[in-house]
Design a protein around this ligand. Structure first.
Ligand code: SDX
Length: 378
């Protein structure tokens, strides 16, 4: 067997053959099934994009209508899931609540029939439909309120904002939220998707696949960075403080949240679109002082780290958009998960099509041949 060099973080090592999405990190191009992200952000909807990712082609109007209908029909969550979530500590992080609730769905839909396209379709529909409801329900219940029932007359994104804020959202706000979901839906072999594929390769159920991916997304080096960006903006507090703050971070060798990417060596195309969405929201609903701070951070980081290819990633501007939409900071990463479930499910389905269990090797550098020492002699 060929012995490969060990690469920390598996940098540059293909973990799968996939036709779902593609990133050109030098040119800043992202495509879902060959279609550029800018075009999808302008013309598509999240549910249409999810369909494209999962089934490989843009749906016809009949196919899209059927998918939208099924998702709408399955939005409600069982009382027993709500009762379980009510018992979660209200101080707990919503990502942990989401991971536990996604896994709990597997208790209710236990039959595992991975060769049956109807089982696959039902699991896709249930997860896409119920995850936003679970995120909104935890938000209301941790504040002592009852969850809001989904509204059948509202589309996917408008309904989520309605369930969260208990009022019908402005149409621009709902459209901008939908575009955010499109932008976050899929991104090649990132950590949470890799996690989803490894879990999928054991032929476990899709709820376990999504729960393991949610757990992976939550970390501050991955999806959790969007929450940390807002904390950084709050800590900096003013445009004048930006330069000393960044210089101090660099001196302490601490990472600047929302910057850098394993694949992109220029600004992430999603960050550019999100910045533009933030500006549209500020024009309609009023400015945000953190936006000036964010722009100054971008300038200073580019000056200091541009030569290393470190630019804003998807997590840098998304928080400013979510803040303006009234979404609490610790829900930013669960919102990322609402979108990314489409990509995880596309990879789950693709993994099953030509499955082989993941079982990489390791480079062992520990001791060997050590005799067992009886406890009284240690
Ligand atoms: C996401 O993979 C995906 O596709 C993920 C994602 C998706 O859609 O799924 O795009 C979503 O996870 C975005 C990333 C969110 N994370 C952050 O914003 C956290 C801050 N960024 C980093 O920690 C870092 O850039 C990573 C984790 C994103 C990438 O890590 P790598 O590829 O392992 O890079 P590295 O940590 O080895 O850094 C390489 C060099 C180092 O300098 P040198 O030691 O070579 O001199 O770049 C420097 C790092 O110090 N560097 C940074 C930096 N990111 C990298 N320096 C300061 N601030 C940063 N943010």
């Amino acid at each position: 067997m060929m012995v490969c060099e060990y690469k920390p973080g598996l940098e540059g090592i293909p973990a799968a053959q996939s036709s779902i999405s593609n990133v050109d990190g030098q040119k800043g191009i992202l495509e879902y099934r060959g279609i550029q992200i800018e075009e999808l952000a302008e013309k598509s909807t999240f549910l249409e994009t999810a369909y494209l990712l999962i089934w490989g082609e843009l749906p016809t109007s009949e196919e899209l209508a059927a998918f939208e209908y099924e998702v709408r029909y399955h939005r409600r969550i069982k009382y027993r899931i709500c009762d379980m979530m009510k018992c979660f500590p209200e101080s707990g992080h919503p990502m942990d609540a989401l991971q536990a609730s996604a896994a709990a769905l597997g208790l209710f839909y236990a039959r595992r029939d991975l060769n049956n396209p109807i089982y696959i379709r039902n699991a896709v529909v249930r997860l896409i439909a119920k995850i936003p409801t679970m995120v909104a329900a935890f938000q209301l219940m941790r504040n002592g309120n009852d969850p809001v029932r989904p509204r059948d007359d509202l589309d996917y994104s408008a309904n989520f904002l309605y369930m969260l804020n208990e009022q019908e959202p402005d149409s621009l706000a709902a459209r901008i939220f939908d575009v955010c979901l499109i932008l976050h839906a899929e991104h090649t072999m990132n950590a949470s998707t890799f996690s989803a594929r490894v879990t999928a390769s054991t032929l476990t159920d899709p709820y376990a696949v999504v729960a393991s991916a949610v757990g992976t997304l939550g970390g501050p080096l991955h999806g959790g960075a969007n929450e940390e960006v807002i904390q950084m903006l709050e800590e900096i507090g003013s445009v004048e403080n930006v330069r000393p703050y960044i210089e101090d971070c660099l001196e302490r060798k601490s990472k600047i949240m929302g910057f850098g990417h394993r694949v992109y060596k220029i600004k992430d195309p999603r960050a550019t679109i999100l910045q533009n969405l933030a500006e549209q929201l500020f024009a309609k609903f009023g400015q945000d002082k953190y936006y000036d701070i964010a722009q100054e951070i971008e300038r200073v980081v580019e000056e200091k780290l541009g030569h290393k290819g470190i630019y804003p990633n998807v997590d840098f501007y998304s928080g400013l958009v979510y803040r303006k939409l009234g979404i609490p900071t610790d829900l930013f990463t669960p919102v990322f998960a609402i979108a990314r479930v489409a990509g995880w499910l596309a990879h789950w389905k693709e993994q099953l099509e030509e499955n082989r269990i993941f079982r990489p090797s390791q480079v062992y550098d520990g001791k060997r041949g050590i005799p067992y020492m009886p406890i009284e002699h240690r």
